[in-house]
Ligand binder design. Structure first.
Ligand code: ADP
Ligand code: ASP
Ligand code: MG
Length: 414
């Protein structure tokens, strides 16, 4: 990396849990600055600050208005940014903190799930020109009608990648408490292995399927703008994981990794008419309310009726249930059932499409582990199974072992 390189670095909540952590991150940033790099540093809220703010809000209002949630949550990242800038200044390193909107991050107006539409980099470039390290509060922006928005949980990753793209940075480094992307969540699967390289597509699936190490939107943004992301650990040295073009990934693995997710809820409309427009009535209302529907199953019709079941994340259950009940009433459903306590376990690998035996092997591994599968969904590069939440970790370990993902020469190769 040349001395004058422009680097975007992002430090997540797990790297900023205490003042001691903030100081250590500041020391690391100051070291890179001393080498001559120009630095834009994106920070998340400290530790569990976002969850804590949500909890406080919940004590006052069970269904807060999304605009006010954004007003509140954006403060978490702003606090981190000012603390980080001050820690750097105390080390004699010139720095300035900027909110998302001071940094020029313009978004659409979908509160709590806003998308970045444009970044005006002029202020950041001016600050860099003046020799400052620019600390940007992640996860936030400003809509066209001057409302503060946030980018969805884990959204600081997206701030970092979008800034790297807009600034044409030489490198985009995302630091957390793990030293890269693993073949499974290392907190759940002890023999998970760090992947030196992973394709955008596989990483996107993993993020979508619950591997929180990177936000899905961040990977999408990286793919669109051809930004190579390097995922690294804040507190240890090492090469990390490169998330990059598929051609650079030498082998298309049959199974590259396992991802898991808890907090899934299932909704079912029982006994609705088997005719055109029924599914549209249900899912159009959910889409309009920005509820992300994941797996969908429609049963075989019997006597002109069928059942439609689908999953959403537990957070979205209250609004999804309200809408499913309204649709159920209108469509004359025999019953609408809402159930929590589910999770999802998935196998990801770009070589899967051309290997028909993978699903059978996956179901066999889950059967041997005594895990019942309640729904299945597949794409070219993943197979997901809905299971009871208490079986998720056990199922992830069973799949990781069955496909030999912990070994360097994985059995799971195509
Ligand atoms: P940050 O607070 O820095 O944004 P996150 O908590 O969002 O960090 O992401 C890091 C966490 O992601 C790790 O602690 C790890 O438990 C979890 N994780 C889940 N799946 C994976 C995976 N496949 N590889 C690495 N980490 C993973
Ligand atoms: N603080 C936000 C969250 O907890 C954003 C982020 O960490 O990236 O989701
Ligand atoms: Mg994160």
């Amino acid at each position: 990396m040349s001395a004058n390189a422009l680097i975007v670095q992002k430090f997540g909540g797990s790297s900023l849990a205490t003042m001691e952590h903030v100081r250590r991150v500041a020391e690391r940033v100051a070291r890179d600055r001393q080498r001559g790099c120009r630095l834009v540093v994106v920070v998340s809220a400290m530790g569990d600050a976002t969850d804590d703010l949500l909890e406080l809000l919940g004590q006052l209002n069970a269904r807060p208005v999304a605009r006010e949630v954004d007003m509140l949550l954006a403060t978490g990242e702003q606090a981190s940014a000012a603390l980080m800038a001050s820690a750097l200044q105390a080390l004699g390193c010139s720095a300035v903190s900027l909110t998302g909107w001071q940094a020029g991050v313009a978004t659409d107006s979908v509160h709590r799930k806003a998308s970045i539409v444009r970044i005006d980099t002029s202020r950041i470039l001016r600050e860099l020109e003046d020799g400052r390290v620019v600390i940007v509060a992640g996860f936030q922006g400003l809509s066209a009608d001057a409302e503060i928005t946030t980018l969805g949980r884990g959204g600081s990753d997206t701030t970092a990648v979008a800034l790297a793209a807009a600034l044409k940075a030489d490198s985009c480094e995302i630091y957390s408490d793990v030293d890269g992307v693993y073949t499974a969540d290392p907190r759940v699967v002890p023999d998970a292995r760090r992947l030196p390289l992973i394709s955008y597509e596989e990483m996107m699936e993993m993020a979508h399927l619950g591997a929180q190490v990177l936000q899905i939107r961040a990977v999408e943004c990286a793919l669109l703008n051809r930004v190579t992301i390097v995922a690294k650990s804040t507190f240890t040295e090492g090469p990390g994981t490169c998330i990059t073009e598929v051609d650079a990934v030498e082998e298309r693995a049959l199974a590259r990794a396992v991802a898991q997710e808890r907090d899934v809820a299932k909704l079912a409309l029982m006994g609705v008419a088997d005719r055109p427009g029924v599914a549209h009535r249900v899912f159009a209302a959910l889409a309009e309310a920005h509820v992300n529907v994941d797996m969908i199953i429609q049963s075989q019709p019997r006597d002109g009726l069928n059942d439609i079941a689908f999953t959403v994340s537990r957070d979205e259950l209250p609004s999804a249930e309200e809408m499913a009940r309204a649709a159920g009433r209108e469509l004359g459903a025999a019953a609408v059932v809402a159930e929590q306590g589910y999770g999802k376990v998935s196998l990801v690998g770009a070589g899967m499409a051309s290997n028909p035996g993978v699903a059978a092997r996956m179901f066999g591994a889950l059967a041997s582990a005594g895990v019942n599968i309640e729904m299945i969904s597949t794409s070219e590069i993943k197979i997901s199974c809905l299971v009871r939440a208490q079986h998720v970790d056990h199922a992830a370990r069973a799949l990781h072992a069955a496909f030999g993902l912990g070994q360097q020469a994985a059995l799971g190769r195509a």
